[in-house]
Design a protein around this ligand. Structure first.
Ligand code: ACO
Length: 427
């Protein structure tokens, strides 16, 4: 006979000896139940040990270095799937049939154009506007072009906005890139695949059709697959938090883009390139490593809040590097990166702290080889992450347990001061 007694946690309050019993469900106790019983709040800046939702989208085991989307290991998806198939999987929860796939690809392909006024809006930015600033504003602006998107409880309306956003993101991202270069915006080409079309809108000039090298197209697909979702990271939490007010999905996703804009989230690969440039030659590596161990430097692209093992995405990216460099020629910084990795993986400092390369250690090298300036790196992250954000947003909207996000605070300021009007204070 199996024991059906629910697992519980007993909390003893040593101030008065009272005891409280909390039910353990799915490895967690309810914070609100904890509060009701003990009268205490849980203090957790950065949600380091607070689950904010139940989610069936992405599974991560940081100790073992495992990442799965809807149960499928990332390695298998990166090897054999396409970004749009992965986006379907994230959004719908299961892989498409052949017919569903065809319809999905068709829908996405035929929603890549944006209203001409969006183009005018983007053209209004300063010549040197950061592409992420342009992307987050233009995605936010889409809510005004599709006011029906506010009807978030209508399944068909939701579906249309999801298709639009996944479809238009490469258009907006590519245009924000062209803008900084003073080059004309290139319209989408519906004859091309998702990744090919993005490359075309980025790099096409006067040729009739942009002809991307298939190895680069595949490398971009792989990078898109790897970045599609990563459970409750900062930007996904921003999408869920803003979405919990029941605002339209364009506004919620633009909040996610804003979060990704920050250097602690989307900017680490740029920091890796800066570090490699500073090290300059392999001979300087030992001195740099001494600085890291003394705490004067950080080995950028190493370590992760969740992964205490090899970030599975880093292994896949490392392989993609070879394919890209075969086309573009080797980035001279690669040699330094490889040597750094070799030394770090054998060094006691890194081994003891479980510091391994993360997804950003090699991605910047690929992006640079593909001719992207550093400001575009986060845009390249935001485009594929849109499917993950939207999958999480859909889950939020349908989740009866969700409420408007409203964390507690521990108030540390003054109380009950007496206000003296300005005329008296300044007299
Ligand atoms: N180089 C040197 N030492 C490091 C590094 C690093 N990259 N990362 C962590 N450590 C050390 C810390 O100094 C600390 O040592 P101590 O115990 O002697 O004080 C120990 O390892 C634990 O590190 P924390 O900072 O507590 O780990 P945390 O989980 O808070 O930080 C983070 C994770 C921010 C990713 C960190 O490893 C880091 O700064 N890495 C470099 C930046 C980077 O690559 N960020 C990209 C992350 S991936 C992404 O966001 C898509």
């Amino acid at each position: 006979m199996t024991d059906t007694t629910p697992a519980t946690l007993t909390v003893r309050d040593n101030r008065d000896g009272s005891e409280h019993e909390l039910t353990i469900t799915d490895g967690a106790v309810s914070a609100s139940e904890f509060g009701k019983q003990t009268g205490l709040a849980l203090y957790d800046p950065g949600f380091t040990n607070t689950a904010s939702c139940r989610s069936a989208v992405t599974y991560i085991d940081g100790e073992a270095g495992i990442l799965e989307y809807r149960g499928y290991p990332i390695e298998q998806l990166a090897e054999s799937s396409t970004y749009l198939e992965v986006a379907y999987l994230l959004i719908h929860g299961e892989l498409p049939t052949q017919q569903q796939h065809e319809e999905w690809v068709h829908e996405i392909t035929f929603h890549t154009y944006v209203h001409e006024n969006v183009k005018s809006l983007m053209q209004g930015f300063r010549y040197d506007a950061h592409p992420m600033g342009m992307l987050l504003s233009s995605v936010g602006a889409l809510s005004t072009f599709y006011p029906e998107s506010r009807d978030i409880h209508d399944e068909q309306v939701r579906h249309e906005q999801i298709v639009r956003m996944i479809a238009k993101m490469p258009t907006l991202g590519a245009w924000s890139f062209r803008h900084a270069q003073g080059k004309p915006y290139i319209y989408p080409d519906n004859e091309l695949s998702y990744a090919e079309n993005f490359l075309s809108m980025l790099f096409k000039m006067s040729e009739r059709q942009y002809d991307a090298d298939p190895r680069l197209v595949r490398a971009l697909e792989i990078l898109f697959i790897l970045h599609a979702d990563h459970e409750q990271n900062c930007s996904t939490n921003a999408v869920r938090s803003v979405g919990s007010s029941q605002v339209d999905p364009y506004s919620a996703v633009s909040a996610g883009i804003a979060a990704l804009y920050g250097p602690l989230h989307g900017g680490a690969n740029e920091a890796v390139l800066k570090m490699l440039r500073k090290i300059k030659t392999k001979d300087n590596i030992p001195a740099f490593m001494e600085g890291v161990k003394k705490g004067d430097e950080r080995l950028m692209g190493f370590g992760h809040r969740v992964y205490k093992n090899y970030d599975p995405r880093a292994t896949i990216i490392k392989k993609a590097c070879d394919d890209v460099f075969e086309v573009t020629g080797v980035n001279p910084l690669l040699e330094i990166a490889q040597e750094l990795e070799k030394i770090a993986l054998e060094d006691e400092y890194f081994v003891k702290r479980k510091l391994y390369p993360n997804v950003d250690f090699y991605s910047g090298l690929i992006y640079e080889a593909l001719q992207f300036p550093a400001e575009m790196f986060t845009v390249l992250f935001a485009i594929p992450r849109t499917s993950g954000w939207l999958a999480q947003w859909l889950e939020l909207v349908d989740d009866k347990e969700q409420k408007i996000a409203r964390p507690k605070q521990i108030y540390t300021g003054e109380r009950q001061l007496k206000f003296v009007p300005a005329a008296e204070r300044w007299a």
